[in-house]
Write a protein that binds this ligand. Structure first.
Ligand code: GLU
Length: 444
């Protein structure tokens, strides 16, 4: 693919400020690497392996379009709070932008840029006809009422009317958002367009065109990926113990599916704390406790442990399923697991990756391991576009097939080229996007 330049060029359009993404230094990350540094270091590695030219590399490392909006919120007490909102369409060469919407107080543009870039490689890796995008709003959802969250979501959607849509950019849930958020986006978009358009979002409630199996898809995919990775060493999920870090949309269901597969889940954590039981947690009782209390803390079927120590607990399998950057160099040195299967996006920094590889830990990378969510999002979008819905069984079968095919592709490339699974996955994804640019050619 050397020499390719793209149809879509390196230009970045900012709709509200005329700012352009800074040029991309594809260099080693600084010691305190944030998600964008991690994403760029990963891209640099793939670019080196593929031998892409500097122009193509810069284009692939740069967002196609970045939208930066103010979201004023009238709070329930009548005061006004000004929030920042972002939508980054990293790449749209293989199809519409696709990716989640994150609500967190810590969201910033660089984080959204990184998450959007990962969506591009992820969609390409699992052969979806999408580019990559991501959105974010600087809001702590736990500190706001449902009515406030609805007003924020509707205002944010209104600001993005011109750039989203089933053929342009399709949002989905991510950290801090859920199917209710998607229902508000779908409604706001549809009301403004004058007719109902279910395919503008995925991960919406089943009653308004959501897909069966979407809510658990990421977690199912994580377990398919874990099973495939273990099988390469002749190991079965029934023979291993696991730690799941994060007990949100991904971690909670992954815990359940691992236990159903016979894995001994010895510890789980959330943002408030963690519980540990070397003989295995009763995950059914744990789920009931979390439904009641909103946290794993206080569960009496295990010992309370510090949230930040779970990554270093004794277990065969570690599933980081929370946020970016938790496995940096120093945390990676303490990992005891033989396999790390990334349920979260970007949980391992480039330095952490290096340490894990040196220590012989197999890392099943995020863009492969957590792709189940966007795979079923794609099924949801296809179903909405044809107004015909599949059974849960059909969804589950198609999801498993896609995950296993993608895993096999990555494992084959890793073996053939002597790469880590991360470099193999990135190389496949990046190559497909670079190929799309090359085949389409550069306009004008
Ligand atoms: N937020 C999920 C992810 O990071 C799902 C994205 C989607 O379904 O579009 O993959």
């Amino acid at each position: 693919m050397a020499g390719a330049t793209g149809t879509t060029g390196t230009g970045t359009t900012a709709t509200d400020g005329g700012t352009r993404t800074p040029p991309v230094p594809l260099t080693a990350p600084p010691p305190q690497a944030g998600p964008l540094e991690t994403a760029r270091a990963q891209l640099a590695s793939a670019v080196g392996i593929l031998g892409l030219d500097a122009g193509t590399a810069e284009m692939l490392g740069t967002s196609r379009r970045e939208i930066n909006v103010s979201v004023p919120l009238r709070r329930d007490d009548g005061t006004v709070e000004l929030l920042r909102g972002y939508r980054v369409q990293h790449n749209i060469s293989r199809g519409p932008g696709k990716g989640g919407l994150r609500y967190a107080a810590s969201v910033d543009l660089d984080e959204v840029r990184a998450l959007a870039m990962w969506m591009t490689w992820k969609c390409a890796l699992v052969q979806l006809p999408y580019g990559g995008a991501k959105g974010g709003v600087t809001i702590d959802p736990r500190a706001h009422s449902a009515a406030e969250l609805e007003r924020v979501t509707r205002r944010y959607t209104s600001e993005l009317m011109a750039v989203i849509g089933p053929e342009k950019d399709i949002m989905a849930p991510d950290v801090g958002t859920d199917e209710r958020t998607m229902a508000w986006i779908m409604d706001t978009y549809s009301v403004n367009m004058g007719f109902t358009i279910p395919a503008v979002v995925t991960g919406k409630p089943v009653d308004i065109g959501g897909s069966l199996g979407r809510a658990t898809a990421t977690s199912r995919g994580v377990v398919h990926a874990a099973r495939a990775a273990l099988a390469e060493e002749g190991v079965d999920l029934r023979e291993v113990s696991a730690v799941v870090q994060g007990f949100g949309k991904v971690g909670s269901h992954a815990t359940r599916f691992l236990a159903e597969a016979g894995t001994r889940v010895v510890a789980v954590s959330d943002q408030f704390g963690a519980v540990h039981a070397a003989d295995g947690l009763d995950v059914g009782a744990l789920a009931r406790h979390v439904a009641r209390e909103g946290t794993v803390v206080g569960f009496d079927g295990g010992d309370p442990v510090d949230r930040d120590t779970v990554l270093a607990l004794d277990a065969d399998l570690l599933v980081p399923a929370a946020v970016e950057g938790v496995l940096d160099e120093s945390a990676a040195r303490t990992v005891k697991a033989r396999w790390v299967v990334e349920g979260a996006n970007g949980p391992t920094t480039a330095g952490g990756d290096r340490v894990l590889a040196e220590r012989g830990v197999t890392v099943v990378p995020d863009i492969l391991a957590n792709a189940g969510g966007v795979v079923v999002s794609y099924f949801e979008w296809v179903q909405a576009n044809q107004a015909y819905w599949w059974t849960e069984e059909e969804i589950e079968q198609r999801l498993e097939r896609r995950m296993l095919e993608a895993y096999a592709d990555v494992a084959r490339t890793a073996r053939a080229e002597g790469l880590t699974l991360r470099d193999a996955a990135l190389t496949i994804g990046v190559r497909r996007v670079a190929d799309a640019h090359h085949i389409r050619g550069l306009y004008p």
